[in-house]
Ligand binder design. Structure first.
Ligand code: ADP
Length: 328
């Protein structure tokens, strides 16, 4: 649905030049929620602006549903933008208009007839659970509610693609979760393809199907989330599941395992280990949400050498262990 092909973008010339994007290629499938994650300055915003054709790449191209947006201008570009909704970190609502008028404004831009705008705006507000606040001003709403209006406005033109620029960075953790759940639900119900940028791994973990990790303009790792967490040495996996310094136990190897479809309860893992005749101690267990699925993460102490540790993990793999790492 979104194809970013070898996109490069540099700002400035000579020794002070900044390479914001360096040969970036990303494909986002229809209906997928794709996260681009990285520290400040990694190039995420430049990438998003390039997809929205607010920025032109020096080389490479971006197609959205087969249309090369990097080659469009004028009316053709404006028409294409209606297929792309955008949600902003600071909501970007107009303070002296009502909530409904903010959404109607987006409809006006698409050329919707005046009489249709308010009913359509109310439909959009209903979708995000805010139809009852239609005649309030944005200033009367909480941050989370304002972002819901931002989402309603982004959806008003009936886009196929939703771009999210740090949509939850200004929100508290609980509100963040509800906004991410809303985006996920809308993506499923409306078949929306979502490209979101964030500096928070937590956002990736909560809603993304796939992700790319960016650093200084380059994609250093990308893939489906399930695939990334299965890849030994994956930085995304390491950041999703940060582990402290593993304690050492003489004569044992310490192994971290991640698995889906199981409870993270120590007794469950201990029982599983016994069922397989495995001699392991359970050092820690936690529940995580990966890709919307519940997953367990457990640290095991396996008596013996690394070979034995691998054998233990191989046995557990048959039970849904998806990622493992020998820590010490
Ligand atoms: P991120 O969104 O990951 O924080 P950005 O895409 O905003 O990263 O920026 C990537 C790099 O490009 C940064 O070093 C930034 O300073 C630089 N940059 C972005 N936009 C411009 C611009 N219009 N002019 C000059 N430098 C820019």
């Amino acid at each position: 649905m979104i194809s970013i092909e070898h996109v490069s973008r540099r700002f400035g010339d000579g020794p002070d030049a900044v390479v914001a994007l360096d040969d970036v290629s990303i494909d986002v499938a229809k209906g997928q929620i794709f996260g681009v994650v990285g520290q400040s300055g990694a190039g995420k915003s430049t990438l998003l602006r390039t997809v929205n054709a607010l920025e032109r790449p020096d080389s490479g191209r971006v197609t959205v549903d087969g249309v090369d947006v990097t080659a469009l201008s004028g009316q053709a570009l404006r028409n294409e933008r209606h297929k792309i909704g955008m949600v902003f970190q600071h909501f970007n609502l107009v303070g002296n208009r009502t909530v409904a008028q903010n959404v109607e404004f987006a409809l006006e831009a698409t050329g919707a007839a005046e009489k249709d705008r308010r009913p359509k705006a109310l439909d959009m507000l209903d979708l995000v659970g805010l139809a009852h606040r239609a005649d309030d001003r944005p200033g009367q709403l909480s941050g989370g509610q304002r972002q819901r209006v931002g989402i309603a406005r982004a959806l008003a033109s009936g886009p196929d693609v939703l771009l999210s620029d740090e949509a939850t960075s200004a929100l508290d953790p609980e509100t963040t979760r509800s906004i991410l759940e809303l985006i996920r639900r809308l993506s499923r119900e409306l078949g929306l393809t979502v490209l979101l940028i964030t500096h928070e791994m937590e956002v990736v973990k909560r809603i993304c199907d796939a992700a790319a990790l960016m650093e200084t303009g380059r994609v250093i790792e990308q893939g489906g989330l399930d695939e990334l967490i299965r890849t030994p040495g994956s930085q995304v996996a390491a950041e999703l599941f940060p582990v402290g310094e593993p304690h050492r136990i003489p004569g044992h190897r310490i192994v971290d395992v991640t698995y889906t479809g199981l409870s993270a309860d120590r007794p469950v893992i201990a029982q599983l280990a016994r069922d397989f005749g495995l001699d392991v101690s359970i050092l820690g267990a936690a529940l995580e949400t990966i890709n919307g699925h519940q997953a367990g993460r457990t640290r095991l102490a396996v008596p013996g050498d690394e070979h034995t540790a691998r054998q233990v993990v191989d046995s557990l793999t048959a039970q849904g262990v998806t990622a493992w790492e020998v820590l010490a």
